[in-house]
Design a protein around this ligand. Structure first.
Ligand SMILES: Nc1ncnc2c1ncn2[C@@H]1O[C@H](COP(=O)(O)OP(=O)(O)OP(=O)(O)O)[C@@H](O)[C@H]1O
Ligand SMILES: [Mg+2]
Length: 401
């Protein structure tokens, strides 16, 4: 009873502080701690449970790309019935930046959007729009960004399933939560995003939980199959090899997002610099695009913003050397394949000598010679998308204004 009274006092304290998440957690504990023999406490539980299951209110109106206002997701997202945490987060952003993707991947993304914008064309041909899409690729290549972009372009809310809230310690509960989250996406027109999809599939390796895994896979198989054409399910994973093959086959489209090539790194660098109100001479961006070989879009974003942070608060009048030094440090710690690619591209496109490259990479010029020959035999067509602009270091922009 003392604990119970203490909890009520804590609840009031949290209420005064405006800490909603903690109030929710504590109130949830309060409902569990209540004494089933005490009519007052039973009554308190009856009052609290419905309050807790009401999640954050979602906006019920939204303007889509065609300019019309639609009624959507009047329903609140489902919650885990022991923690009361929402199983789905609702994001109704009207705009999202477009990911830079290779042409073949970009074509599919645009097609998925076009199918939703001109449904009558598909219907006339007796076809249905893409309902399920699986995105695979290394960390930071733009899977989440692509899901957001799809939702914003189509003009639907993005429902992201919260795996941490979904996975329950209670036997049988995870499958039930998953079904609730998926059914919510099926009932409310949306792009439902199952991020870190492998986290569900990975559980196969856990021998103690085979029964639960079977339940989860069965839920996925059933629900993916019956996804309505009025919605879009997007799943993403860094580990496609861990997915159950039957689940994998259920997806109508699978898109593999690669690490960005030279031209895409160039584009990502320009956008990231612009986001921070910076720009560099085109030749410097090319040099950096070469020096960021093997990096993901996310790595490039981080590298650029860290360098800009150093630049704006430091005394160095030029941004380019800070960025180049950071990129080269990354390369030195990276894989040999990255250094080979850097040596080959810097030599072929920037006309850098073996000695200059050796200095950049902290290796002997003999090693650089080997790298360049290796690159020439395996990547002879790489880098043709950007023409050689200048010799490295010949000119530098990015001066402090
Ligand atoms: N292809 C891309 N084009 C433009 N920017 C990108 C691209 N890929 C990544 N980025 C940048 O990196 C950030 C993180 O990318 P994102 O979260 O989409 O990667 P992810 O593939 O979902 O990674 P993870 O597997 O770790 O979830 C993006 O918000 C964006 O700023
Ligand atoms: Mg992601």
């Amino acid at each position: 009873m003392t604990d119970f009274i203490q909890m009520i006092a804590d609840l009031v304290r949290l209420g005064l502080l405006g800490d909603q998440a903690s109030i929710r957690r504590l109130a949830s504990r309060l409902t569990k701690a209540s004494d089933k023999q005490s009519p007052d406490e039973v009554r308190l539980r009856e009052l609290l449970v419905p309050l807790l299951s009401e999640s954050e209110p979602s906006r019920s109106l939204r303007r889509s790309n065609d300019g019309r206002t639609h009624h959507i997701s009047r329903e609140s997202p489902p919650v885990d019935d022991s923690s009361f945490f929402p199983l789905v987060h609702v994001d109704e952003a009207d705009e999202a930046p477009s990911p830079f993707l290779p042409n073949d991947v970009e074509r599919v993304v645009q097609q998925v959007v076009a199918e939703r914008k001109r449904p009558q064309v598909l219907q006339a041909a007796g076809l249905e729009p893409t309902r399920t899409l699986l995105l695979t690729g290394a960390p930071g290549v733009g899977k989440t960004m692509t899901a957001r972009y799809l939702a914003a372009q189509i003009g639907w809310p993005l429902f992201t399933v919260d795996l941490a809230a979904l996975v329950s310690s209670l036997l049988g509960k995870t499958g039930q939560n998953l079904r609730q989250a998926l059914n919510f996406g099926q009932r409310n027109r949306s792009v439902l995003f199952l991020d870190e999809f492998d986290a569900l599939a990975k559980r196969r390796d856990d021998d103690s939980d085979v029964g639960e895994l079977k339940r989860i896979v069965n839920v996925l198989l059933q629900e993916i199959d019956r996804w309505p054409p009025t919605g879009l399910l997007v799943a993403a994973t860094n580990h496609p090899e861990l997915l159950d093959r039957a689940v994998w086959r259920r997806f109508e489209r699978t898109l593999s997002l690669p690490l960005p090539d030279l031209a895409l790194r160039h584009a990502i660098l320009i956008r990231t610099l612009a986001t921070h109100n910076q720009s560099l001479a085109d030749g410097d961006v090319t040099t950096l695009a070469i020096a960021t070989t093997g990096m993901s879009g996310s790595d490039i974003g981080r590298l650029t913003s860290e360098a800009i942070r150093d630049f704006v608060v430091g005394n160095d009048p030029h941004l380019t050397p800070i960025l180049t030094a950071r990129a080269l440090n990354y390369l030195k710690r990276g894989s040999e394949a990255q250094r080979i690619s850097y040596a080959g591209l810097a030599n072929a496109m920037l006309g850098m000598t073996q000695r200059e490259i050796a200095q950049h990479l902290d290796v002997s010029h003999v090693t650089v010679g080997k790298y360049i020959r290796h690159w020439a035999t395996t990547n002879s067509t790489s880098g043709q998308d950007l023409r050689p602009k200048r010799k490295a270091g010949a000119q530098s922009n990015g001066k402090k204004q």
